[in-house]
Ligand binder design. Sequence first.
Ligand code: SIN
Length: 291
Amino acid sequence: MIETLKIRRVAGALGAEISGVDLSQPLSDSMIAAIRQALVEHQVIFFRDQDLTPAQHVAFGARFGPLNIHPYVAGMPEQPEAMELIKEPSDRINFGGGWHSDMSFLQTPAIGSILYAIELPEFGGDTLFASQAAAFEALSPGLQATLETLNGVHSASREYSAQGPSAQKRGSMKIAEADGYVGEYVHPMVLTHPETGRKALYVNPAFTLRIDGWKTRESKALLDYLFDHCRYEGFTCRFTWQKGSVAFWDNRSVWHFALNDYPGQRRHMRRVTVDPWPQIAAKSRVVQAAE
Ligand code: SIN
């Protein structure tokens, strides 16, 4: 049976709200296929009024692929694949408060992230999403063709180092320090989506250090241009959370940014992250430390 979902687009470039499905229940294969289809088509999908225990959240995520265990952020003791993202009223820095694509610093980056809202501030705390497929399509054919020949070097070394932004969140969240050389991984700067065939830029300000084979200062000009281009408002949508909301985004073609505009208030989310089937990352490879 082909399942049909109620889908309402929320912006021109990406994003759709889906209704009529209870994610806490065991879902049929055809329902999972319909959700997957909506995800790859709209790049980020939103659900409202869900009630998910950590085990139900993990079970839903596992229908889309193997689940990631984050190398630096501690998972829940009883569900290590689920991590709690908490900003306490006394915290100044939030987790995910900059444009990024989850786990691009791994050899096999995550394909999807499923975020569930448990406790929200009275105002603020929205998440922004930006379509990197729309960003790629808006470039000239000349630059598109050039970028398709290039690879980006990604690493957690900057974000998760002792001096990096994550260090300042260690008070409330259990975030480990990236100790010493944590590895650099090369990914194509343009990914062709394995399910839609649509091309998207795959570089991000948090984890892309430089262009492979280029010196850091040579890369900077082109990467700075792309980082600026990729966050153009016309490529974005903005999600205002309610308790029980879920966002599910496709990291292969979406950046996201958790806004930090609720000082003195608490925000508590839970995330499950879906790893790729191994063959999807076949083009990635390990490189040596930067010069
Ligand atoms: C994240 O980067 O996964 C966190 C996003 C959010 O908390 O809105």
